[in-house]
Design a protein around this ligand. Sequence first.
Ligand SMILES: NC(=O)c1ccc[n+]([C@@H]2O[C@H](COP(=O)([O-])OP(=O)(O)OC[C@H]3O[C@@H](n4cnc5c(N)ncnc54)[C@H](OP(=O)(O)O)[C@@H]3O)[C@@H](O)[C@H]2O)c1
Length: 288
Amino acid sequence: MTTLAPVETLLDTDRGNTLPMPPELAMIYGKLQFPPHEGRPYVIGNFVETLDGVTSLNVPGQSGGSEISGGSQQDRMLMGLLRSASDAAIVGAGTLRAVPHHLWTGEYIFPPLAEAYRDFRKLLGKAGLPLNVIVSGSGALDPRLPVFTSGDISTLIVTNSQGLQEIHKLSLPSSSVQVESVTSSKNISARAILLAVNRIHQSELVLVEGGPRLIGYFLAEGLLDELFLTLAPQVAGRDDTHQRPALVEGTVFAPEHSLWSRLVSVKRADDHLFLRYAFDLERQSGNQ
Ligand SMILES: NC(=O)c1ccc[n+]([C@@H]2O[C@H](COP(=O)([O-])OP(=O)(O)OC[C@H]3O[C@@H](n4cnc5c(N)ncnc54)[C@H](OP(=O)(O)O)[C@@H]3O)[C@@H](O)[C@H]2O)c1
């Protein structure tokens, strides 16, 4: 049990099917709905950014999400909720390098609700923990990290043929880590990542937790259904010696390929806003 204060719902449009949820989670977050999505996984992103759009301070040892969110308990609660609702949680190797000891589970990010997250997955009929997926083109990964060695989770590395050669040199535990090489080119398409995930673990809901480079691929290929975006009430700033990533890096949309979204939910905890945007994929150009 936790004494976490519920988030306040300011806007919540109907998103379709309501997920069954343990009462404790429902009381804190309210209902969680996703539209029907026949024959394909529904893909959501989850990020936190500052008022000036910074997603990482890019300072050694202080490049994680908690420096952006100020350690907001409700943000951690939401991260745990979305991880627990998902079949797979995908991150790029850059994110793993920034938070090397992380596991992409609800229990890890917000232990006070560990039991409620487990109950949530049971209600959803999801066995075990979400598949953790690491996307790496270089294959430069540390095989000693908990995401590969904890034994608690199954992990999939999605890579290319060059990355695979490097990964073959690592001693990764074959019982919990699988590797899929999906292309011979340096850059791996979001479509190929999703297909690999689905091959290993048939997925209803897939969570992309970034980082800024990886999410650019999903947006560019029209494969992100929704973005859950936490707006933290701090200004981080930037200058020539402090380059700080925004939500998307490495991909350009506007003005030639402007990418608009619809605000479908607004929740609040103190001075943090929890926003939810839908991309209406069928209306976007480059639709898959
Ligand atoms: N505020 C937030 O919500 C949030 C969320 C996530 C991350 N972050 C922060 O973002 C920073 C990392 O940024 P980032 O842009 O480097 O993150 P990233 O997208 O996680 O990592 C980029 C790396 O991932 C691999 N990668 C990603 N997409 C790929 C693709 N389509 N094809 C081939 N390889 C791909 C490559 O790895 P290789 O180098 O192995 O080729 C690439 O160098 C960290 O400080 C992290 O804490 C913030």
